[in-house]
Design a protein around this ligand. Structure first.
Ligand code: DX5
Ligand code: ZN
Length: 217
């Protein structure tokens, strides 16, 4: 099974983002956390930053929108060239229409769910998506502890994807380390977002290699 390691620049040095991107160029995608201070109690950056990152990043962008009204805002990130655009189920008005809009622009469409959100209402929509993000912390901040109680939900998504024969990436985000990556992989995840584990390491490239080895084990 192919796996991916996506470092989150939420834990990077915001004053030196271009050189920070160079420290993680052995990863698969760059995870970009967009927060609006409404859907989550934190504020990061927006479309202008993503347009500029798209120009300088050696890796494709994996945009994670933690914002209200993604129906209105998400297509702009696809138009900016993001490889994938993931929006939250809790915030979307018309998730199927939005996924179709993102795909028609040329991005992969992703659906994210918070730790307390049941996945069952969304299983019938799986064919509309290229990736599902099961949050393993409450969205909003880096450096939190992995919530292992969401693993049964992750397994149910993995089972549904397998039963339907779909090619959908299963992403986890929050508290990912070499140890918790193994727990999430066991439950069916194949795409791992890691912020503080990568950027707080002395050598981010070495840490990416360790996470990659754990994912392949
Ligand atoms: C949290 C963000 C994550 C965050 C993960 O709401 O969605 O992408 O950067 O950070 P760590 O890996 O430190 O938990
Ligand atoms: Zn994220």
């Amino acid at each position: 099974m192919s796996t991916r390691i996506n470092p989150s620049i939420l834990s990077a040095d915001f004053a030196n983002l271009e050189s920070e991107l160079g420290r993680i160029d052995s990863a698969d995608l760059v995870h970009v956390d967009i927060m609006d201070n409404h859907f989550v109690p934190n504020l990061t950056f927006g479309l202008g930053m993503v347009q500029r990152l798209q120009e300088v990043s050696p890796l494709p962008l994996d945009v994670h929108l933690m914002i209200d009204d993604p129906d209105r805002w998400a297509p702009g990130y696809a138009e900016a060239g993001a490889f994938s655009v993931t929006f939250h189920a809790e915030a979307a008005g018309e998730p199927i229409a939005l996924a179709r809009a993102l795909r028609s622009i040329g991005s992969r469409a992703g659906l994210a769910i918070k730790p307390g959100t049941p996945v069952e209402p969304y299983l019938e929509m799986l064919p509309e998506f290229d990736q599902i993000l099961v949050m393993t912390v409450e969205p909003g901040f880096g450096g939190q502890r992995f919530i292992s109680s969401v693993m049964p939900k992750l397994s149910r998504v993995a089972d549904a994807v397998g039963a339907a024969g779909l090619d959908i990436w299963l992403q986890v985000d929050g508290g990912i380390t070499e140890e918790t990556l193994l727990v999430a992989a066991e439950a069916g995840a194949d795409t791992f977002v890691a912020g503080s584990a990568v950027f707080n390491a002395d050598d981010p490239a070495e840490q990416i290699a360790r996470l990659r080895a754990a994912a392949a084990s």
